[in-house]
Design a binder for this molecule. Structure first.
Ligand code: UGA
Length: 456
């Protein structure tokens, strides 16, 4: 069939765009295109597209791809961490810090050591003569200068803080390789109830994936350490029966934070059951005090009051004041010691369970809830400044109306006995705050003021 005939019967009539008789070659190409009617072109386009989709699907779901992706991720992670861990000098620091000075002293890995509770627990362990190694990723959830200041304090007392993430299995293995830990005090977590709506992934990363990673490292260790870790009063969620006791239901969390802490308790059960890890969960009730967390109400209320800015006081349905069982840090440290000292060893070795191991959960609260308006009144008294109160309805952001701990179990089994009331505890906090930030209207997140170093 001559090209002109093909052109006549099936090629679109756009004569200005196709020059048929330019040369033999072009003529052949053109005639081949002409043999493809519009229907065929659409068919082949769709077929090619389908092929592409199938190829992409197989590529994305192939295990090899994930492995190499994960490998490159861990390589990147390892690369980042190589700067701060590994090598003979690093190992020397680690060994020195982990050396227990008292006879039969514990050798404890404290995760989240540059955090609020982590700093206090690490300092107290060191003071008692136990060996301590800190681990912290120094993330910027809140003022990293405050975390660095805590690190300065720890290093002054001989506690070395390794910079790294609990998700980094290579780093954890290295630590367990260099040191035989008797205990792990696991305090690294994504804290905060309301922030979970802004950044849910960070809760999964730290409180679930990170916890599992840490338990994997503990399970592989020989001998396995006993683990004490921070759960939360928030696991009681929307319960209305007070005071909260360990046997109460914990299946109605009000926030993703609470849900990840509850998940942690279930994960602990699994690792105890399969691998013989000795695990104790501590449900902390709104811990406060010097060197505290700037994301917590008592801390940022203090800042706002000193700056003459209003504080938002949340109120529950029917104008009911919210209340918390605020617990002073020194009482919490004593509770952590009680848990560490009564923990029996894990029973597994080399990843295998050799017998049943301890699995415990305790409330660590103060047992006397205080309303948020009363908290503000106490701060006003200690700061000698009147607060600008702005009473607003409690937003739907994961908060619960009240918390109240029953600590009978911890009293009996850990010798826990909270002794600091909110008046006394906040007085100590305010004293620290004013020394650290210089009082007045200084910002709790300003780097210059945060560089001050003080005793806790
Ligand atoms: O006990 C716990 O398990 C939890 O305690 C605190 O969470 P929360 O009790 O909510 O402590 P804050 O964020 O300091 O809030 C204290 C009270 O102040 C109220 N609040 C908070 C912020 C605000 O602007 N206004 C206000 O009235 C809250 O509703 C709450 O009743 C910690 O932030 C959590 O990490 C911890 O796990």
């Amino acid at each position: 069939m001559p090209p002109s005939a093909v052109h006549d019967c099936s090629f679109p009539s756009t004569p200005g765009k196709v020059k048929m008789e330019r040369s033999n070659y072009f003529g052949r190409v053109a005639s081949r295109w002409q043999s493809f009617g519009p229907g065929k072109i659409v068919f082949w386009c769709v077929a090619l597209l389908a092929l592409l989709v199938v190829a992409v699907f197989f590529y994305a779901t192939s295990p090899g791809v994930h492995n190499s992706f994960e490998q490159s991720l861990s390589l990147r992670e390892a690369k980042n961490d190589v700067v701060s861990w590994g090598g003979s000098v690093w190992e020397k620091h680690v060994r020195h810090s982990a050396h227990a000075k008292r006879e039969n002293g514990l050798v404890v890995l404290v995760t989240g050591a540059a955090g609020f509770v982590g700093t206090h627990v690490s300092l107290a362990l060191k003071k008692r003569g136990d060996g301590v190694i800190g681990l912290d990723n120094f993330n910027s959830y809140y003022d990293p200068f405050l975390k660095r200041a805590r690190q300065g304090l720890l290093e002054k007392q001989g506690v070395f803080v390794v910079e790294g993430d609990i998700n980094n299995i290579a780093l954890l293995r290295k630590l367990f390789d260099v040191i035989t830990f008797t205990h792990v005090m696991h305090l690294a977590a994504q804290a905060g109830v309301r922030y979970a709506m802004e950044n849910p992934g960070s809760y999964v990363h730290s409180n679930i994936a990170g916890f599992v990673n840490l338990l994997e490292a503990c399970k592989e260790a020989s001998p396995q350490p006993a683990i004490v870790w921070a759960s939360s009063s928030s696991v009681y969620g929307l319960n209305s029966k007070v005071p909260f006791s360990e046997i109460d239901r914990t299946d109605q969390p009000a926030s993703l934070y609470a849900a990840t802490k509850k998940a942690g308790e279930e994960i602990a059960h699994t690792y105890n059951h399969i691998y013989g890890l000795s695990i104790t969960g501590l449900r902390f009730f709104t811990v406060y005090g010097p060197w505290g967390r700037p994301d917590m109400a008592y801390f940022f209320f203090t800042k706002a009051i000193l700056q003459g800015k209003p504080v938002n006081i949340y109120q529950g349905p029917n104008q009911v004041d919210l209340a918390r069982d605020f617990t002073y840090i020194d009482d919490i440290v004593k509770g952590c010691f009680g848990a560490l000292d009564t923990a029996t060893p894990s029973t597994g070795t080399g990843g295998k369970k050799r017998g049943p191991a301890q699995l415990r959960v305790y409330n660590l609260g103060n047992t006397s809830p205080v309303t948020v308006p009363t908290l503000v009144a106490i701060l006003e008294k200690h700061l000698k400044v009147k607060a600008k109160r702005n009473v607003v309805r409690m937003p739907r952001n994961g908060d619960v109306p009240f918390t109240h701990a029953n600590v009978t179990l911890a009293r009996v089994e850990l010798g826990y006995n909270p002794t600091t009331d909110l008046q006394t505890g906040l007085k100590k906090f305010v004293k620290w705050y004013q020394l650290y930030y210089g009082g007045g209207s200084s910002s709790s997140s300003s780097s210059s003021s945060s560089k001050r170093r003080l005793r806790p």
